[in-house]
Design a protein around this ligand. Structure first.
Ligand code: S3P
Length: 446
């Protein structure tokens, strides 16, 4: 449990932990490559440790020394049958990506996770894998994990995905490593492309045209050195913290700004944020920058359409930011938020409302400050009342064990009157074990 109270004047320089999506993939592709893959900047959060645990259980030797992870790959056909159920913890990425790999192995496996993971939709991978003639079933027949996979040779397909999901796309492409020809996926909007970038660096023949990605099964993958940049999804909490907390200026170093992930930067610009990218460079095939952020007078915006996949994990904290902006913010086309680690549309709306914010949940997003906007529009003087930021008050926050909800409402808590209590705060360990220490390091001692 953590209790937060109002702060001002956030100052300092921080480095956020390694990118979660890239860390998962580095271990997975390293395990399937010939030779030893070295990973620098690996995120030692619970989700990525679940991926390491699964590959160790399939005979892959993975060591940690001198701040590096060494994955001693055994090649595309080197995994061995796990003796027990593979424990995927809270990690949707582990579950959906590994399923693509397991579908093509010459053994049977079972995947299961925690209560949240075992209630998330897996039909979205069962459907395309079944089209590839994989044998994958939901053990309880509810379309969720536990999943039972009897590995077998796979048939190449073209898959028109109904959802812009990097997990679905990656699952099909990884199954494509074991298929009898070219496998391709078209998605309705481009989702994060770390799988494509990294598999290419491991030597796979993979190409992208528009929102279609095609892979040809390789003979082998070759081990690599992977530099994992800081996770923009973790940086997002501190970007918003600095923007809404009075008198703040912080520098966040070494953040991945891959365009398929950096939608929050575009939204910040549209909202009049004082945010600058410094030292923009490329590291390990991914664009990286240092991000300087200062307290800003924000204005509302509309967030919809193709940008949604590029900021899907940041929407909880973006919704908080919008409470501190002048005018209405509309977030739509984000149905996917309902099937993340929790129903993030419901939980963000409930908790923000409990803190006194003006938020209306919709089927696929939020209306924020729309009531305030309506009353300002009908102002008898004909001019809009001036807006001086959301007047939030503390509340007890139920996080449903969702790491991004715990972090979003910690940032809300330092901008609210009274005490904000995050009950299940330990869940931040899923992606950001050092979160509270770093937050504290930016807050001046009184
Ligand atoms: C991820 C893809 C996204 C994202 C998740 C990580 C990945 O999920 O929300 O946190 O690493 O591929 P979806 O593919 O379900 O959109």
């Amino acid at each position: 449990m953590k209790t937060l109270t109002r702060k001002s004047g956030l100052r300092g320089t921080i480095t956020v932990p390694g990118d979660k999506s890239i860390s998962h993939r580095a271990v997975m592709f390293g395990a399937l490559a010939e030779g030893t893959t070295t990973i620098h900047g690996f995120l030692k959060g619970a989700d990525c440790l679940s991926t390491i645990g699964c590959f160790r259980a399939m005979g892959i030797d993975i060591e940690e020394k001198d701040n590096m992870i060494y994955v001693h790959g055994k090649g595309l056909h080197g995994l061995s049958a796990p003796k027990n159920v593979l424990d995927v913890g809270n990690s949707g990425t582990t579950t959906r990506l590994i399923s693509g790999i397991l579908a093509g192995q010459p053994f049977t496996s079972e995947l299961s996770g925690d209560a949240s993971l075992n209630s998330r939709p897996m039909k979205r991978i069962i459907t395309p894998l079944t089209m590839m003639h994989a044998d994958i079933t939901s053990k309880n027949g509810d379309g969720c994990a536990p999943l039972i996979i009897h590995g077998k040779p796979l048939t190449a397909i073209h898959y028109d995905s109904p959802v812009a999901s990097a997990q679905v796309k990656s699952c099909v492409l990884l199954a494509g490593l074991y298929a009898d020809g070219e496998t391709s996926v078209t998605e309705p909007a481009l989702s994060r492309d770390h799988t494509e970038r990294m598999l290419r660096s491991f030597g796979a023949d993979i190409r992208t045209e528009g929102t279609t990605c095609t892979i040809r099964p390789p003979e082998t993958l070759h081990s690599q050195h992977i530099e994992v940049p800081g996770d923009i999804s973790s940086a997002a909490f501190f970007i918003v913290a600095a923007l809404i907390t009075p008198d703040s200026e912080i520098l966040i170093q070494n953040v991945g700004i891959n365009p398929t992930r950096a939608g929050i930067l575009e939204v910040c610009r549209a909202m009049n944020a004082d945010l600058t990218l410094e030292n923009v460079r490329e590291a390990g095939g991914e664009p990286v920058a240092d991000i300087r952020v200062k307290t800003s007078r924000l204005r509302g915006t509309v967030i919809e359409g193709d940008i949604i996949p590029a900021l899907i994990d940041e929407l909880p904290v973006i919704a908080l930011m919008a409470c501190f902006a002048e005018g209405e913010t509309i977030i739509r086309d984000a149905h996917e938020l309902r099937v993340k680690e929790s129903d993030r549309i419901a939980i963000v709306s409930e908790n923000l409302t409990a803190m006194g914010a003006d938020v209306i949940p919709t089927d696929d997003g939020f209306l924020i400050n729309s009531r305030q906007n309506a009353s300002a529009d009908t102002d008898s003087a004909g001019s809009r009342a001036s807006f001086s930021g959301a007047a939030l008050h503390g509340a007890s926050i139920a996080c449903a064990m969702d790491h991004r909800i715990a972090m979003t409402f910690s940032i809300a808590g330092i901008n609210a009157d009274g005490e904000t209590v995050i009950t299940d705060s330990d869940c931040v360990d899923v992606s950001y074990p050092d979160f509270f220490r770093q937050l504290h390091s930016l807050c001046p001692e009184k």
